[in-house]
Write a protein of this length. Structure first.
Lengths: 625, 916
């Protein structure tokens, strides 16, 4: 037994003082009231009674003192907060992995599966033995410990309260690894998984190092409809039109008639009734949707208005790729062909600048350097270099070459979309010497002449010759090349992601040059996120619309994106009653005896309460005096 | 009076009970409304378990007992005692109800995360220990310091013993190079740290690392740490890395054409200046153009360029092996493999038993846009990896013993597992004639080779032409005789045998006669005696003359010689024999023979050449020869080919107008699904095919060259026939190619394919599968379905199961109206994961650590004092006040006792009037 409260010396002092006062008060005889009595024979009776009860009276007095001293002792003991220390090393060490995945939001348990799991966890915490300790971990896509390995029920229960479900799947393997790490070197380890069993068995299974695996299942039924994919893309050619894709799943054992509604900026734009066979998936495409809307949402429900067990996967979100006017800066001493090419796209906002005037104010999506290569400003966007000088460009120049053309080129490169440069003739230019990681898009037999790459998160394209020294500018390929180059920086076409998937690390493109970003989650909370290689890095665990603000005040850019659960396995919410890891079936958790455990002072005070009431009664009825 | 008093006390008890009940109900409603928390003087108070206050329901009982008290105390003192006792109980009840006060704490719990992975040198760990000592010394009285070391997994390390710092001698998790320290997962160490912060401490983490992580995502985790209230600071290791050389990349061009030279660039990291020898392997052999390089490496990244060229299209693996010529701590990172998909014309491996006659079919296939690799049987590929580069394999007119022993199994796996196409063509050494009965090839092919046509087959006429020159004296002569007798034993009774022995002139020891006269023939053979010189021509001519006048289905001459002989006229004689359908096999005994002459005689004579160093093996060779000749499966006659079943590859080819063939090997068609496509006028199979596993196996029982198919060579349909046949049955029909992008995160790979229709709209609804195999192990491939995730976009995820180069091949199919899958396109790609990434980079990634510190709200290189400095941070903790209530209760208890033990007033004698 150890004392967690006041030190022993203090307790002895307090106890001795209180006991001394008590004994002193018992030594002091209660002064009787003097009463004058006229009739002497009565004294004989009184004195006779007194002689007869003397022994009993003494006994009552001693009993009374003993009771008072016992009360003092109990109070002092309670102040010491005694703990059963002798078993501390031999108790169990539990890691409670509470499944906080999307399927735990299912409402087949009231109010949710997660609440049912938390109730089981609370019972386990209250049932911990005197020398048991536990660690509470929220098991989502990433396991997060919410307490220390503690025997404090208050801390553990508070940690259980803090478990909230996310819109992700749970990573059992990672959680078991964390549990194994936390139990390393501790005796009697137990890992208790509180879950509906909608978990992917870890492969390879982690080594639990001798710790027992236990499983407390929750959940009752698995009726669920789900949107397992929702996405939107602009057509590569006609960027004013969109195609929307949804994939629906009926994870019930009965045929389901469902209603799928599509909302654009909050207003319904389409709705249809569909029949999905049990266990089947159904893809629906909405082609040629007008591109004016920005935020799309799909909602799924039973046609007869019934609710399914998991509402979290009945909604999905997507953002239409933005088609704002791209701001393009052209740094050139004058190039009619370039200006003409840029006139062809109405979605370009072009600013011309003499090289001597560089850098300008403002932010741009792309900057074209024509024959010059000054140090690029922060908000320059992607960079296109046409015939760069030897110094300043992102790629070193090789030898001067004459009379060449494109002998090989990357047909799949977006820079050469709709272009066959094989018959372009060039009078003079330079071979390029790309760095490792750069992509050679086009090359003559004498070396690379068109190279794309990325420097510190800033994409670039370098053309090794002055287009005016070739017949390229006389061909339809020229404006296509310029516009392709600008398009390739904006990620607005084929590589656009209309929705991220929860449970993964998101790398959201931010404007080139941005060094920090602030993320606003669907619930309105904001937090800073780091930026690496031109992308904001954050772990996403909730579905909905997000806002990412990057850049400083002058160049502040707001990027919006959506995130969805989109996880068929997580939508298969039929609960599992067993959990098998590495061919080992987990046993049910053992609930301790409860009651007599750490907080002994509670019971001591309860005893004091009871004794003091008894003492009050006996005193006033003169059982004790 | 007494009754009135009791009534009064009862009323008082009831009133107390009513007050208690009313108070308790109010308390409960306040608790439900969350009002049992209040702030006073800036301090927040809360009653955690208000229900416990129900113990005060004993108060009426105390009042009631007071009314019935027998104690001799003045009324006022009794009331005072009741008050103290109720106060005592109330204080205990409040203690049990857990009144807590929320207060701000500024004590720090610091968790030091120390990177002990393999990329960290010992000197850096010594620095880390020194840093830990400083931290331990700098911590405040109520601050805590915990240590977590991490590599592949994190470990909590106890650092205190008897209230003193006691660091373990080694912080590492195992010897360098072991799996426990071959990866770095900083994020998992942070996750474990979350479990080490007591609730009443500020949460600080200091990360001591080189920032090189191979699993997890530090940046994402640092942002999460901040959201959980954890402040992350970093101390980058700044020690120079150990002496190390590593191949960190092998770059191949995106596109390579067959025959075009290109550069293979290797990125080689060196931590300090050194020298190394680099070997580049193309497939399993050294890169032909530029294979070995010895070079100086400067500190940092070095680029080595090798010239290479690919001769045959298909998947090809390059491997760079680096041999450091200076100190190098880890050897795991000295090898790097990468794969290349070289699009080329479909390639055909053509193995011809008579390579000098291979040009006919090779030219025909070349004209049909195939790359043809002609090889002699002995040069057959030794591994499936090499064989896999071909789309179709032809084995033609090759005797079994000339074919590598393992070759048959390789072909079978190539066909069955890899979907290759295989054609077995006949000739004198094809099918049963080549000894292929009861072999893997017979099992693989759609025909049986032991055709039961013995009765219809004509006899064999065989002439043995034996050298009896002086050099044959002794064992050679005896063994030659034994060989003749063994030949006799292998012949059927009706077969004809002649033995001609020659020195300077030939002698007919055994006249051409049926083999049934065994005893006579044997005795004639025994008469052969060694003589003088060596004159082959006249002996061979004698055999030719004798055989040409006899009627027999097969006529064969075996010439045995051990010496030099004049060559004049021999070749012409053999030509004449061939035109008379007499085949010639030559056997050279000993080193003195003219091997070139004998080989050319056998080649021209449609037989085989055997070089025999040991005379003891002569009988075996003669027996084998006789068995092959007397297989009696060869049918040599002019016949037309008939089309039996329609086949796609015969479209546009008028088989009916094809010239006659001049022979074939009789075989028997196996039961269905074997399919007979062409047959002879006798109904024997000429071309049969069936599906074997994933591929096709075809049997062509005639030959493909200027022997039996001599007229076909002049036929205009010959190239087209073979071209279309190969094209239909070859391994993978190259289809539309969709670009596949791969992203690798740790060991997780995501492959993405975008599919567009010709009019640049999205190609939706594809059913696609991804096949992943480690380079060199095509048979161990795994399959992963693609999922459509957006219009026209498909994704597949998988985890790499080991290290090396991995080939990715995707098959995309449309489902047609009838519900059948129609293959439509393929994608290919490759992923290299040659060794744990821990060994790829040794320079500290200070930039990443700096970002993580910024994102985690901390600083880079903090002082120990700064790490324990709470700054403006504070954390709210709940202070339980129960012990104070217990202390107060002790005081109340003593006061209660005092009031009951000491008469405070009413001490004067009671006056008589009062008594009255």
């Amino acid at each position: 037994m150890t004392l967690a409260g006041l030190p022993l010396a203090w307790l002895v002092g307090i106890g001795a003082g209180a006991a001394a006062v008590t004994v002193l008060l018992y030594i002091l005889k209660l002064r009787r009231r003097p009463v004058a009595v006229a009739f002497a024979p009565l004294w004989h009776r009184v004195l006779g009674d007194r002689d007869a009860s003397r022994l009993f009276s003494k006994l009552r007095r001693w009993l009374s003192l003993a009771l008072q001293l016992l009360l003092v002792l109990l109070l002092c003991l309670a102040l010491g907060d005694p703990r059963p220390s002798h078993e501390l090393g031999s108790g169990r060490h539990l890691v409670l992995l509470i499944d906080a995945s999307a399927s735990m939001q299912a409402t087949d348990e009231k109010p949710t599966r997660l609440d049912a799991a938390k109730n089981v966890a609370r019972k386990l915490v209250r049932g911990l033995g005197g020398s048991d300790r536990a660690l509470v971990v929220a098991m989502g896509a990433v396991p997060v410990p919410l307490s220390t390995m503690s025997d404090e029920a208050t801390e553990l229960l508070a940690a259980v309260d803090r478990v909230h479900a996310a819109d992700t799947r749970a990573d059992l393997g990672r959680a078991l690894e964390l549990a194994s790490d936390a139990l390393h070197g501790l005796p009697n380890g137990e890992v208790v998984v509180l879950s509906d069993g909608v978990l992917t068995p870890p492969e390879p299974p982690p080594d639990l190092g001798g710790a027992a695996l236990r499983f407390a299942p929750v959940g009752k039924s698995g009726k669920n409809l789900a949107i397992t994919a929702f996405s939107v893309r602009r057509y590569p050619l006609d960027k004013s039109r969109l195609e929307v894709m949804t994939e629906l799943a009926n994870l019930d054992s009965e045929r389901a008639e469902v209603e799928l509604s599509l909302f654009g900026d909050g207003a319904i734009i389409d709705s249809e009734r569909l029949v999905i066979e049990p266990g089947a998936r159904l893809s629906r495409f909405f082609p040629d949707v007008g591109g004016a809307r920005h935020a799309l949402e799909a909602r799924l429900r039973y046609a007869d208005g019934r609710a399914d067990a998991l509402p979290a996967d009945d909604r999905a979100y997507a953002l239409v790729p933005e088609r704002r006017r791209a701001k393009v800066l052209v740094v050139t001493p004058g190039n009619t062909y370039l200006e003409a090419a840029l006139l062809l796209d109405e979605y370009l906002d072009v600013t011309d600048l003499k090289p001597s005037q560089y850098p300008p104010r403002g932010a741009f999506d792309a900057t074209i350097f024509d024959g010059v290569a000054p140090p690029p400003a922060d908000a320059s966007g992607g960079l296109v270099y046409l015939n760069p000088p030897a110094e300043g460009g992102p790629v070193k120049l090789g030898k001067t070459i004459t009379g060449f053309g494109f002998d090989t080129w990357d047909k799949k490169s977006p820079l050469l979309r709709f272009i066959a440069p094989g018959d372009v003739q060039v009078a003079t230019g330079h071979a390029l010497d790309p760095s490792p990681g750069d992509k050679i898009v086009g090359a003559s037999d004498d070396g690379p002449i068109l190279v794309a790459g990325n420097r510190s998160g800033r994409p670039f394209v370098v053309l090794g010759f002055d287009p005016r020294q070739s017949d390229l500018v006389l061909r339809p390929a020229w404006p296509l090349f310029v516009l392709n180059a600008i398009d390739s920086f904006s990620e607005s076409d084929t590589s656009y992601v209309s929705a991220y998937r929860t449970g993964e690390v998101w790398r959201v493109p931010v404007p080139p040059g941005a060094r920090e970003a602030e993320l606003t989650a669907p619930d309105g909370s904001t937090h800073a996120v780091p930026v690496e290689d031109g992308r904001a890095v954050t772990f996403g665990d909730h579905a909905g619309f997000y806002r990412l603000t990057s850049g400083s005040d002058a160049t502040r850019v707001v990027t919006e994106f959506a995130a969805n659960l989109s996880d068929l396995d997580e939508s298969r919410i039929l609960p599992h009653k067993t959990l098998t890891v590495a061919s080992r079936q987990a046993a049910a958790p053992a609930v301790g005896s409860g009651g007599v455990r750490r907080e002994v002072w509670l019971w001591l005070l309860a005893a004091v309460l009871l004794l003091s009431v008894v003492e009050w009664i006996t005193y006033h009825r003169r059982v004790t005096v | 009076m007494k009754r009135t008093s009791q009534l009064r006390w009862a009323l008082a008890a009831l009133a107390t009970a009513a007050l208690a009940v009313a108070g308790y109900r109010k308390l409960l409603s306040a608790a439900a409304g969350g009002e049992l928390a209040w702030t006073r003087g800036g301090v927040h108070y809360e009653l955690l378990h208000p229900g416990v206050l129900a113990v005060l329901f004993v108060a009426p009982l105390l009042v009631w007992m007071l009314g019935r008290s027998l104690a001799d105390l003045p009324f006022g003192q009794r009331l005072l005692a009741l008050g103290f006792r109720l106060g005592f109980l109330a204080l205990l009840a409040l203690a049990l109800a857990r009144l807590v006060r929320t207060e701000d704490a500024r004590n720090v719990a610091l968790v030091a995360l120390v990177d002990v992975s393999d990329s960290v040198p010992d000197e850096a760990l010594a620095d880390a220990k020194a840093e830990l000592q400083k931290l331990y010394a700098a911590r405040g009285h109520d601050d805590t310091l915990r240590l977590v070391t991490f590599a592949t997994r994190p470990r909590l390390v106890e650092i205190e013993h008897d209230r003193k710092l006691a660091l373990p001698p080694s912080l590492r998790h195992g010897p360098r190079g072991s799996p426990a320290s071959a990866t770095t997962n900083i994020a998992s160490a942070l996750e474990l740290a979350y479990a080490l912060f007591p609730p009443d401490r500020l949460k600080h983490v200091v990360l001591l690392s080189d920032g090189v992580e191979t699993e997890g995502d530090l940046l994402a985790e640092s942002a999460r740490a901040r959201s959980l209230g954890v402040r992350l600071s970093v101390v980058p290791y700044r020690h120079p890395p150990p002496a190390e050389v590593a191949v960190v990349g092998l770059r191949l061009p995106d596109k390579v054409d067959v025959g075009q030279s290109f550069d293979v660039a290797a990125d080689v990291y060196a931590s300090r200046a050194t020298r190394a020898r680099a070997r580049l392997y193309q497939g399993e052999t050294l890169n032909g153009l530029d294979g070995v390089r010895e070079t100086s490496l400067h500190p940092g990244m070095n680029e080595l360029k090798f010239k290479s060229v690919v001769r045959v299209g298909g998947e090809l693996t390059y491997e760079l092996k680096l041999e450091p010529l200076g100190p190098d701590e880890f050897s795991a990172n000295n090898d790097y493999t990468a794969t290349l998909d070289v699009p080329g014309r479909p390639s055909v491996l053509y193995v011809e038993g008579q390579p000098n006659r291979a040009n006919y079919l090779a030219s025909a296939l070349g004209a049909q846009e195939f790359d043809v690799d002609v090889r002699a049987p002995g040069a057959f590929p030794a591994s499936l990896r090499e064989l896999e580069r071909y789309d179709f394999v032809i084995v033609s007119d090759t005797p079994r013993e000339a074919f590598p022993a393992a070759g048959q199994e390789l072909v079978e796996r190539y066909v069955r597992d890899l979907g290759g196409g295989f054609l077995f063509a006949g000739g004198d050494a094809g099918f049963g004639l080549g000894g292929w009965s009861h072999t893997t090839f017979e099992r693989l092919l759609p025909v049986r080779m032991d055709a039961e046509r013995r009765k219809e087959m004509p006899d064999v006429a065989m002439a043995l032409v034996i050298d009896r020159s002086g050099s044959m004296t002794g064992l050679p002569m005896e063994m030659a005789k034994s060989a003749c007798i063994a030949t006799l034993g292998a012949l059927q009774p009706d077969d004809m045998l002649e033995v001609v022995a020659f020195d300077s002139a030939p002698t007919r020891y055994v006249k051409l006669q049926p083999a049934r006269y065994r005893s006579r023939i044997q005795s004639d053979v025994e008469r052969i005696q060694p003589g003088g010189g060596t004159e082959i021509f006249s002996a061979l001519d004698m055999a030719y003359q004798d055989l040409s006048v006899v009627r027999a289905r097969r006529k064969h001459v075996i010439l045995l010689t051990d010496g030099q002989a004049p060559e004049q006229g021999i070749r012409e004689l053999v030509q004449s024999m061939v035109s008379a359908s007499i085949t010639v096999t030559t056997v050279g005994l000993g080193d003195g023979v003219k091997q070139d002459l004998l080989r050319s005689m056998a080649d021209a004579g449609g037989g085989r050449f055997h070089f025999v160093p040991d005379p003891n093996s002569l009988p075996k060779i003669f027996t084998r020869e006789t068995e092959m000749v007397s297989q009696q499966a060869g049918v040599e006659e002019w016949f037309p080919v008939e089309e039996v079943a329609p086949a796609d590859f015969l479209k546009g080819i008028a088989i009916g107008s094809a010239p006659l063939l001049h022979g074939y090997v009789a075989t028997e068609l196996k039961p269905a699904p074997a399919q007979l496509v062409l047959q002879s006028d006798r109904g024997d199979p000429i071309l049969a095919r069936w599906r074997a596993g994933l591929g096709w196996a075809l049997a062509w029982t005639s030959d493909v060259k200027n022997h039996w198919a001599v007229e076909w060579l002049r036929w205009s349909g010959y190239p087209k026939f073979w071209g279309q046949l190969v094209r239909e049955h070859m391994r993978v029909k190259r289809r539309h190619e969709l670009e596949m992008k791969t992203t690798v995160t740790g060991s997780h790979v995501r492959a993405t394919v975008d599919a567009f229709t010709l009019d640049e709209r999205f190609d939706d609804g594809l059913e696609s599968n991804l096949f992943v195999s480690a380079a060199g192990k095509p048979q161990e491939r795994t399959e992963h379905p693609f999922r459509q995730v957006a219009p026209g976009r498909y994704e597949a995820d998988f985890d790499l199961t080991g290290y090396g180069a991995f080939l990715l091949r995707a098959e995309h199919a449309h489902r047609d109206a009838a519900g059948e899958l129609k293959p439509f396109a393929t994608s290919s790609g490759h992923v290299s994961n040659p060794y744990p990434r821990e060994y790829a980079s040794f320079d500290p990634d200070v930039a990443k650590l700096t970002r993580a510190a910024k994102s985690g709200g901390g600083v880079v290189d903090p002082t120990p004092a700064a790490l324990f400095d709470p700054g403006s941070e504070k954390i709210s903790t709940q202070k339980d006040l129960w012990d104070r209530f217990v202390l107060a209760a002790i005081v109340a208890f003593l006061l209660d006792l005092l009031v009951r033990r000491v008469r405070l007033w009413d001490r004067k004698p009671v006056r008589a009037k009062a008594r009255s």
